[in-house]
Design a protein around this ligand. Structure first.
Ligand code: BG6
Ligand code: MG
Length: 212
């Protein structure tokens, strides 16, 4: 028997690892602006939207930027980031993630994405998952970022399921807070394990969590 009818996956840090590409692209932009940026600051950007990420980076700047300047900086970062994403291929999808997704689907669960990223569809295509999910809710259909639950609430709506019938899988604390706020149970990897209903050490544990 299944404990849930649907699973909503965060993308970055759950199905794939884009942290280093985000880091390289933000680092190039920060260097050009003369703003200090390091891996510790990069860790604060997990699950945070592109514009909110830029605000965090600019905390270290001694000048202020207009909205137009910020939009230009974010666009430049995204161009660099998308160039780096071309390095991704189906080989970046681990066997564990691939086989777990297949088991969950075979058990009749509906599978969706709930990601802040506006590059979600591009990344899924790079991973060979372009047509795999039953629904995609991402940075292109939301007006409020995690910890607001909107991205997950819309994913559940797209699946036609109530939040309590869905499990959210996250690697960021803001993502678990979003799941809680929306009335979803959550499973957490990495730093999110400390805050989730089901703390996980590895992705494959989802099989036991979702199926009794
Ligand atoms: C999240 C990442 O999934 O997407 C964040 O964890 C990122 O680091 C955010 O800032 C927005 O991504 P994008 O691709 O729209 O710039
Ligand atoms: Mg994430």
């Amino acid at each position: 028997m299944n404990r849930y009818q649907g699973v909503i996956f965060d993308l970055d840090g759950v199905l794939c690892f884009t942290d280093q590409y985000h880091y390289q692209a933000w680092k190039a932009v920060a260097d050009q602006l003369g703003v200090y940026f390091d891996q510790t600051i990069n860790n604060r950007l997990r699950g945070v939207s592109r514009m909110d990420s830029l605000e965090i980076i600019l905390e270290r700047s001694d000048r202020t930027f207009t909205t137009e300047e910020k939009e230009a900086i974010a666009a430049q970062k995204n161009d660099l980031y998308r160039q780096l994403l071309h390095n991704m291929s189906p080989a970046d999808l681990s066997d564990e993630v691939k086989s777990t997704l297949q088991v969950l689907r075979a058990a009749g669960l509906k599978l969706a994405i709930g990601s802040s990223s506006k590059n979600t569809r591009f990344i899924l295509e790079r991973l060979g998952l372009g047509d795999f999910f039953d629904a995609i809710s991402d940075g292109t259909n939301i007006t409020r970022s995690k910890p607001d639950p909107q991205v997950f609430t819309m994913a559940a709506e797209f699946l036609g399921l109530a939040p309590e019938k869905c499990l959210v899988v996250e690697d960021a604390r803001a993502g678990i807070e979003a799941a809680d706020a929306g009335g979803f149970d959550s499973a957490g990897l990495g730093e999110a394990a400390d805050f989730a209903r089901y703390p996980m050490k590895s992705f494959g544990e989802l099989k036991d969590i979702c199926m009794e």
